[in-house]
Write a protein that binds this ligand. Structure first.
Ligand SMILES: [Fe+2]
Length: 504
């Protein structure tokens, strides 16, 4: 039966009659047949043609079959060689095996036997090649898997670093910054506890100000002698290099309940001002170099942010002090409204807290409350201080103060939210207020809070144009204003607080 894929066989024999017979027989069977009468000629063929199997006589002139087999092995050790001899001897047999000959036929050789031998060795060769291929593929697969693992690690690392950058950049205020940083430490490293310490430069001590395991500030007394944790912290502060103790065996006096520990210094302008610590207290996982790398990266990003906030707070505080002096000057013009701004702020803050406002909102309200009437600087004394009722024209002038005030705050370039509250603190819930006639949700929530506090304090104080109102009457006025002048939901909370004596 003709074969689909013709393998090529090389016959090497000094007896040309054998070559002719083999050529005829195997060509008919579909094989490609090449012949050579000696080893040298055969090697020349091998250099030019691709051969799948060789039949070689042992006894040949110039180069015998065994020498030829040895040559083939050096060219391509996958080519099977079948030797044939009319004079079998033990020496020959041993030599053929040494040379990697795959079969040994004794002359005169039956063509059928040659064919069986050929089929067998070709089958074995195919298996050998397949094995080689499989081995190569396996090696490739292993290398690919290794690359893939490395790639996954890099991708994960980039993901974590990216997440750190975006988490840090999402911190918009200084209020919850340290709490958020501790949360990030816990999330990044799977620590059981994380703390933030501030360094007291004069006393060379570390002061724990915040810990993930307790709410609010935990100020540790520094009167006692340093414990091992504090010693490690101070060591890190002087080295300015992050510290990693992957497996705590108690060697540095660290309590054994801490299984794994890290200390990372926080720097502002190259100076360590605090540290973050992370501890593992249960389970089998331990901190690694990678955790230390992530935390160092995070604290570096956070340090820039802390520096910015510190700078901002400083400018902010300067500005607030200046404006405070400004407000005092205005209030000094009008003895009846003295300390009105600070009282309004205090009431508004109590109300805001009861309404579950965030710390950030409370801070906004603190500034806006202080500055809400700052626009009165632009109102003439004869109107501002006029005893008795104001006429329409004069009242229109008074009504300009929220706009003047918001313009002053706007010019400072800070405090966008505060500026809006100053502008809208005289808007009415039903849209009848000034300057923009906003209603309901259009009025900023904090402005709606401030509005009630403002009116409550104003009508409760002795004003130039009306006497002091009785406290019951004041509450009645506020109650009546619910839904028209004021947000009814805020009025409800306000009245409740008054009833409980929290606002007086
Ligand atoms: Fe006002």
């Amino acid at each position: 039966m003709a074969k689909d894929k013709k393998e090529t066989i090389l016959f090497v024999d000094d007896e040309e009659s054998i070559l002719r017979i083999a050529d005829k027989f195997f060509s008919k069977k579909g094989y490609g047949v090449l012949t050579a009468t000696n080893g040298c000629e055969a090697l020349q063929i091998l250099e030019k043609k691709k051969i799948d199997c060789c039949f070689a006589d042992i006894n040949m002139p110039e180069m015998d079959g065994l020498e030829f087999a040895e040559h083939i092995r050096t060219i391509d050790n996958t080519i099977p060689v079948i030797v044939m001899t009319g004079y079998p001897s033990l020496d020959n047999t041993i030599s053929t095996l040494k040379n990697g000959v795959v079969d040994f036929l004794i002359k005169p050789v039956d063509l059928k036997k040659m064919e069986w031998s050929l089929e067998r060795v070709l089958r074995e060769r195919r298996l050998f090649e397949e094995n080689l291929l499989l081995k190569k593929e396996l090696e490739k697969k292993t290398a690919l898997e290794k690359l893939n693992r490395e790639l996954c690690c890099k991708v994960e690392e980039l993901y974590v670093l990216n997440k750190i950058m975006s988490d840090v950049s999402r911190i918009r205020t200084g209020f919850d910054m340290y709490g958020r940083i501790l949360d990030m430490v816990m999330e990044l490293t799977h620590a059981d506890e994380s703390s933030f310490y501030v360094i007291n430069e004069t006393e060379k001590r570390a002061l724990k100000v915040l810990s993930s395991t307790s709410t609010g500030s935990v100020i540790c007394g520094n009167s006692d002698a340093m414990n091992p944790v504090e010693e490690l912290i101070m060591e890190t502060v002087s080295d300015e290099i992050p510290l990693l103790i992957p497996e705590n065996k108690g060697a540095r006096g660290l309590p054994l309940e801490i299984l794994s520990f890290m200390v990372i210094p926080l720097k502002i302008q190259e100076k360590v001002f605090g540290v973050l610590t992370a501890s593992i207290k249960k389970g089998d996982s331990r901190f690694t170099e990678k955790d230390l790398y992530y935390l160092s990266f995070m604290t570096q990003r956070a340090s820039y942010l802390i520096e910015n906030f510190a700078l901002y707070e400083h400018i902010n505080q300067d500005l607030i002090s200046t404006l405070e002096a400004f407000v005092k000057t205005i209030e000094a013009r009008d003895p009846y409204t003295q300390k009105h701004s600070s009282r309004v702020t205090a009431i508004a803050v109590i109300l805001a807290k009861a309404l579950d406002c965030s710390e950030e909102e409370i801070e906004v309200l603190n500034i806006a409350g202080l500055l809400h009437d700052i626009g009165k600087i632009g109102i003439r004394d004869d109107i501002l201080l006029k005893p008795g009722s104001l006429n329409n024209e004069e009242f229109d002038k008074i009504k300009e103060h929220p706009v003047i005030g918001s313009e002053i705050v706007k010019k400072l370039g800070l405090w966008d939210r505060e500026q809006k509250i100053v502008r809208h603190h005289h808007e009415n819930f039903d849209g009848t207020g000034y300057p923009d006639g906003l209603k309901k949700d259009e009025i900023p929530f904090l402005a709606r809070i401030l509005s009630i506090a403002d009116v409550y304090d104003a009508i409760g104080s002795i004003r130039t144009y009306r006497g002091k109102m009785e406290s019951e009457k004041i509450l009645e006025t506020i109650k009546k204003g619910a839904g028209t002048q004021f947000d009814p939901s805020i009025v409800e909370v306000f009245l409740k607080l008054c009833g409980e004596g929290k606002i007086s």
